[in-house]
Structures are given as C-alpha cells and as structure tokens.
Design a protein around this ligand. Structure first.
Ligand code: ADP
Ligand code: MG
Length: 486
C-alpha cells in the first residue's frame, strides 16, 4: 500500500487485557491456582459447578484488583455485585462464568504510554472488573480429538478495558508493555503472554482523517506476545484500508491471529454474537469495600515504574533513556534504588546497572535476585573510582570480575591486593611515556610527519606498560602534550 493512501486514514485501537491473578487458590474455590500442574488435577466439585456446591469469594483477588485500580488512578466502587455470564463451551463445565457486569470494581483511570513522538500520553481506562477464567481446550496434542484441561477453570482474572484512545500499533505495543510492567511491579500477575497468563484482544478500526465517527471495529484474539499484538494490528489496519479503498464494508467480527502466516482469520461474526443472559450471581453476596480497606492497600503500595521514571528524570537528572531502562523491571529498579542509598553519583550507578551488571545477568541467563554482589559494594566501587584510586576501565575489567568471584571483599581491598591502585603521578606517567616513545621511535617519527591517528597506538602501549594502572584521562592529556612537543 502506498504511503499516500495509508496517510488518508486514522487508526483507532482499544485493548481488552485479561490478567491471571497470582493467588494461591482459585477465585471461588480452594483449588490450587498453578500453571503447569498435571491436567485436570486442580479441579474440585466447586470448579465443576456440581449441584449443591457454593462458590466462596477469594478476598485476595479483590485486594489485587484494588491495587491495580489504585495504580491506574481508577475510581474504586464501594458496592461489588457479581453476575453470571451464561454460555456453553466444553471448557466451561458450569455453563457460566462468574463475572462483574454492571458494577466493575474499577472505573476510569489512566495508563501512561509514550506516543509515536516519544511524548507521554494518557490512555483512558473504561473499567477493570474481576472474573474467572474458563478451562483450556487443547487442539494440538491429540491428532483426532480436542482435549480439555480444567485446571484453569476458576482461576481469578481481571479484565482491563481501555477506551479507544490508541492511534497506532506502536502505541498499542507501548500500552501493553506498560500494563505488563504494572502488573509485575504490583506482583499480581506474572505477565507471561507465552503461558497466556496475560492475554490481549485488540479492537481495531480505521476512518478517514477528520471523520467524526469511528469506523467499524474488528476484534483480534490469540496473540501470544506483545510483538504479535503489534503485528496482528498492523495486518488488520492494512486489511481494513484496502477494503475501504475498494468500497467494501468491514464486517464487525472476531478474528484469530495466525502467527506463522502473519494473517488473521474470521472466527465469528459479532452480529450473531451470543446473548450471554447476564443475571445476578445468586450464590455470592454483594460485597461492600470499606474506605479503610482501600486506605490499607494504598499504604502498602510498592514503588511504581512511572513514579520511579519521573524521579530518575526530574530529581536524579538521568536521561529518559536511562530512566526507562532502569525501570524496565522491578528487580533492576529496586537494586538501583539500593545503590543510590550509598552514592550520589546517580549517573555512574545507572551506567553500572545498564552496563556491566546487566551484561553479566544476560550472559548467565539469571535475574537480579541471583546477582552475587551487594548494592553497597557497587556504591563502594563507584566511590573508589570517584576518589581517583582506580580508573573506570580497571574497575570494569579487573575489579568487577574479581568481585563476582569474591563478593565479600571490598573493592579497595581487591584493588590493593591486585596492585591496581592508579598512578596519576605525573612524573611516573611521564617516565612511562618516554619509554614508550623510545621503544617505538619509528612510530614517533611517523607521528611527527602527520600521522596523528597513532595517538591511540601510543596510549595502548602506555596502558600496557603501566599494566593498566595509569589513569587514562590524565595519561591521555600528558601523552598528547608530549607528542606535540616532538
Ligand atoms: P466487547 O465485549 O464487545 O468486546 P467491550 O466493551 O468489552 O466490548 O470492549 C470494547 C473494546 O473495543 C474497548 O477496548 C473499546 O475501547 C474498543 N473499541 C470500541 N469502539 C472501537 C472502535 N470503533 N475502534 C477500535 N476500538 C474500539
Ligand atoms: Mg471484546
């Protein structure tokens, strides 16, 4: 499609996100809530909805939903009512899901994303409500039959519905990244899209720029990564624009994303959508949420990525890039928070985090929790560098690897033991420089004849001769001065 045609249209996207809550037991029964158990092993008569059994509300789910609502600046409803959503499906043994229809626990709210220009943009939330998951139909294990695993039936979910405020597939990507970060920081969901503990339905439409009314939306499901959500939306945008350009009408329907072919296929039409016959759940009492309960949860809220981001950029004066990377995961951010309790060199602390520490973690495929060096020791290391006792190069190449092996030692002790305390003494440096120039007299001659790029070579020789102990900054200045006098 030509950019001119594409440019005629405005894309409109709203996302519905389901997040599985990290509770120990299910939403309305004491069955274990655990991914990966033997199929159909966490299924009691309550989950099966046998006659005479009664659901019992898992209070933790309410706390988790409130935590999310508070983090998103939502209004928390005082009265909670539950509803039955009735439909037949093999992975729904009760024949209905318990959900919230007219009284979602949270209404309004915002999730902050970066728009395509990198500016902050608020995406409004319509609602967040609590419901239970259905079981899982497995189509790809048995060649002839579909298998059903009911372990997931009754697992608590929150559904987060956004207003149609997103304007590109990239914004949708950014929104989902922020939502996932949020549920992980709040420790209410593991955010794992591959295991479908976080799922997203994308509603997509297009309209001519300047049009007053949104185009007809199509809902796309079954994307197992944030990247695939972006790809599925991109595919839909093109499909819609091509259809509209040909004068066709977009059918309001639900489509499924096929990651292998990068296409979407029609699942069902919305016109023929089920009537779920919602009615009040007769087995669960309406619930009242007290102000004091909300205050209690508020008091225990962890630091959130956006708060930290704003602190890092506004107070610590880090770049947005650094702040974004540091707040990418809670583990990283909390470790950084610990380092800066003991140093005010925030930029250097950020560099250590995003440089040596992160590469060590990536290289070994481990998380921050398994990182052997205490945050206090990293702060000490920064101090030893700032005091001019060792260069950053020596710190990174020699001390850091030594600390990984002996994390109980102090950086200064290691520097002394390894005889790495830096020589910034000008006389000593000058002696080495003169030795280097003497040993490499032909290069010195070439430098004199204009080959200035040889400075690097001389510096390399100098660092080698000083066994890496020379302060590169001081050495560089002195080297240039000496060379220019040749
Ligand atoms: P349903 O259950 O039919 O999917 P919901 O109210 O749960 O309805 O979700 C509707 C979603 O579709 C919301 O995220 C909303 O922002 C989005 N949406 C509504 N209208 C449009 C539109 N014209 N284009 C894109 N998204 C839309
Ligand atoms: Mg929907």
């Amino acid at each position: 499609m030509s950019p001119e045609i594409r440019d005629k249209y405005q894309v409109v996207i709203g996302l519905e996100v389901h997040a599985q809550m990290l509770t120990k037991s299910k939403a309305y029964s004491s069955d274990v809530n655990e991914f990966g158990s033997t199929p159909n092993s966490n299924v009691s008569v309550v989950t099966m909805g046998h006659p005479g059994t009664l659901p019992k509300m898992n209070r933790k789910t309410i706390e988790f939903a409130i935590r999310l609502g508070l983090a998103c600046e939502s209004d928390i409803a005082e009265h909670q009512n539950f509803a039955r959503k009735n439909y037949f499906y093999p992975d729904l043994p009760k024949g209905y899901q318990i959900t919230q229809d007219l009284t979602p626990i949270c209404t309004n709210g915002n999730v902050y994303i970066k728009d395509d220009e990198g500016k902050e943009k608020a995406i409004r939330l319509t609602r967040i409500h609590m419901e239970e998951d259905a079981g899982k139909s497995i189509h790809d294990v048995d060649v002839f039959d579909t298998l059903v695993d009911l372990n997931r039936a009754g697992v608590p979910l929150v559904e987060i519905v956004s207003e149609p405020d997103l304007r590109s597939s990239k914004e949708a990507y950014s929104y989902l990244t922020e939502v996932r970060k949020l549920v992980r920081y709040l420790e209410i969901c593991d955010g794992n899209m591959e295991e479908s503990s976080l799922r997203c339905d994308a509603n997509v439409s297009v309209m001519l720029k300047g049009a007053k009314e949104f185009g007809r939306r199509v809902e796309v499901k079954n994307m197992n990564s944030i990247r695939n959500v972006q790809k599925a939306i991109e595919f839909e945008i093109n499909r819609h624009i091509e259809a509209v350009e040909k004068g066709e009408v977009i059918a309001q329907e639900t489509r499924s994303y096929d990651a292998l072919k990068n296409t979407t296929i029609s699942m069902r039409s919305k016109e023929a959508a089920n009537d779920y016959r919602f009615f009040p759940e007769p087995d669960l009492q309406p619930l009242v949420i007290k102000k004091s309960q909300i205050e209690g949860i508020k008091a225990k809220m962890p630091a959130l990525p956006r708060e930290l981001f704003l602190k890092y950029t506004n107070e610590l004066k880090l770049s947005e890039y650094d702040a974004y990377n540091l707040t990418d995961s809670k583990e990283l951010a909390l470790y950084y928070e610990e380092i800066i309790l003991n140093t005010t060199n925030y930029k250097s602390a950020a560099n250590w985090m995003m440089g040596d520490i992160k590469s060590y973690l990536n290289h070994n495929g481990i998380g921050m929790g398994e990182f052997p060096i205490a945050s206090k020791v990293i702060a000490d290391l920064i101090r030893v560098i700032d005091d001019g006792k060792i260069s950053s190069t020596v710190a990174s190449q020699k001390i850091f690897p030594a600390l990984l092996k002996a994390p109980e030692k102090a950086p200064l002790q290691i520097a002394e033991e390894m005889n790495l305390i830096q020589d910034s003494n000008q006389d000593a440096l000058l002696t080495i420089i003169e030795e280097v120039l003497e040993q490499h007299s032909s290069e010195a001659e070439r430098y004199k004849n204009g080959e200035q790029q040889l400075t690097g070579f001389f510096m390399g020789q100098l660092m080698k001769a000083s066994k890496g102990k020379a302060d590169p900054k001081a050495a560089n200045i002195l080297m240039r001065q000496t060379l220019d006098k040749l």
